[in-house]
Ligand binder design. Structure first.
Ligand code: URP
Ligand code: ZN
Ligand code: ZN
Length: 468
């Protein structure tokens, strides 16, 4: 079966032009003009922007208390056709077993295609050997947490250095959650001793300097270990500058930021009636000047991707209320997989902060490259036919009533929409239309991410060793 998406404005990370996309089965067969006559059916895309399906390189379905894959239709209606999810590790479990267990939860349930990152929650003595196994399981990256001291996530430097060396030797991308844990521990103790328990104190307990220090620290350790580095969810100007400057000096250091750090700020944590708890995530929302610096960073390529860090904490606002009387007990995490692309379009493209090409790069092309997903993120023959027809004329507002994320709130309530995905195709199949999920659940397939991905591109000759 051949389908032609005709007469849309095709937007890539480099160019845009009015034309057609010919889909043969699940794959893009051709991009050009006058392709309709070759197709069995034609979808008229006149007036639409034709974009690659989004790739969200950072989601938490099931980790950090997040809801599971039965809520992934939210990704689809928002234009994201691939998620890369963090597989939580149980105590005593290997990283590879954790990934395979997590994959079983997604199979037949996930509504978009999915790959996995590993995340260390039990740094066993054989951690380096476990990291070395990850490429065999289609996992190209492992995240370690310098923060969350006192929980299974936290990792001390000695282990981190060993992990970096193992990652470097096997082409696994080392991802870090870079916040200085001791600043956070001390600040939290001081604030609680003063009786300061409200959600806004989550920000004061994790000040910008904690992230700046953590980021510089991680970059230095990576230099010592000769390991490429990906700094996740960069939120402060100084951390962003540390990533940018290290890269400029020839160290393979990259960073991403997230929708909420670009579009929300610390004032949301101060919302009355404990509403601020809905916005508790780590690192925390920052004062506006950091958001401004992050927009400049994504526009100029100093940060390579915008992810959602989607974490729809099960139980919604009621679960967040577990932290009433002690902000440090508020479960961390912000939902956002559904709104990531629409928010970035409305707040980025429409406000002139980024071009449409940059939008495509940040939401699809670059994350696919970061993760090593070879057939995702581009409108190019041979790539998967993951395609969004974006209707720029639609006007509305983001609201929880339209959310498929499974919570009783969203992070972007009331924000204006400047268009929306009119149709979303996953490997050639229509899965979402006008904000509704229109396919059977669970059509997503597991993807194998290739090691020696972007962080290694200028670094290693081994990239060709892995084919799946
Ligand atoms: O608050 C957040 N970001 N929850 C998910 C965990 C993480 O550190 O990414
Ligand atoms: Zn993190
Ligand atoms: Zn995260």
């Amino acid at each position: 079966m051949k389908t032609c998406i005709a007469n849309g404005t095709i937007v890539t990370d480099e160019a845009e032009f009015v034309g057609d996309i010919l889909i043969d089965g699940e794959t893009i067969a051709a991009v050009g003009k006058g392709l309709s006559s070759l197709a069995d059916q034609v979808v008229d895309a006149t007036g639409m922007f034709v974009l690659p399906g989004g790739v969200d390189e950072h989601t938490h379905y099931g980790s950090f208390g997040g809801l599971l894959f039965d809520t992934t239709a939210a990704a689809a209606v928002g234009g994201t056709t691939t998620i890369v999810d963090f597989a939580p590790q149980a105590r005593g479990e290997t990283l590879a077993d954790a990934v395979e267990k997590h994959a079983r939860l997604a199979k037949g349930v996930c509504c978009v295609d999915y790959a996995f990152h590993s995340m260390v929650m039990d740094a066993a003595a054989d951690l380096p050997a476990q990291i070395a196994q990850l490429p065999r399981h289609g996992v190209s990256a492992v995240k370690i947490f310098m923060a969350y001291k006192g929980t299974p996530y936290y990792m001390e430097d000695e282990k981190l250095i060993e992990a970096m060396m193992a990652a470097r030797n096997t082409g696994v991308t080392m991802m870090v959650h870079a916040e200085n844990p001791d600043i956070i521990t001390v600040e939290t103790r001081l604030l609680l001793a003063e009786g300061r328990t409200d959600p806004i104190n989550h920000y004061f307990a994790r000040p910008p300097i904690a992230e700046a220090e953590g980021t510089r620290h991680a970059i230095r350790l990576a230099k010592f270990a000769d390991c490429p580095l990906m700094v996740m969810h960069v939120t402060v100007k100084e951390a962003m500058e540390a990533v940018r400057d290290a890269f400029d000096q020839g160290q393979p250091v990259f960073g991403e930021t997230c929708t909420h750090y670009l579009t929300l700020d610390t004032s949301y944590l101060a919302k009355p009636n404990f509403e601020g708890a809905k916005y508790v995530c780590s690192p925390p929302l920052r004062p506006k000047e950091h958001g401004k610096a992050l927009w400049e960073a994504v526009a100029k390529g100093w940060l390579t991707a915008v992810s959602s860090d989607h974490c729809a904490v099960a139980g919604g606002f009621a679960a967040k209320k577990r932290g009433m009387g002690d902000f440090s007990k508020i479960p961390n995490g912000c939902p956002g997989v559904q709104e990531r692309m629409g928010m970035l379009w409305a707040q980025g493209v429409m406000k002139g902060r980024i071009s449409r090409q940059k939008f495509v790069e940040l939401t699809a092309t670059a994350p696919a490259r970061n993760v090593g997903l070879e057939k995702k993120g581009q409108l190019t023959p041979g790539f998967d036919a993951d395609i969004v027809l974006y209707d720029p004329s639609y006007q509305g507002t983001f609201t929880v009533a339209d959310s498929l994320a499974g919570l009783d709130y969203i992070a972007y309530e009331g924000f204006p929409m400047a268009g929306r995905p009119d149709k979303v195709f996953l490997r050639g199949r229509l899965i979402a239309e006008k904000g509704r999920y229109v396919a059977p659940a669970g059509l997503g397939v597991r993807l194998r991410a290739k090691p020696y991905a972007r962080a290694y591109e200028a670094f290693s000759p081994h990239a060709e060793e892995y084919t799946f």
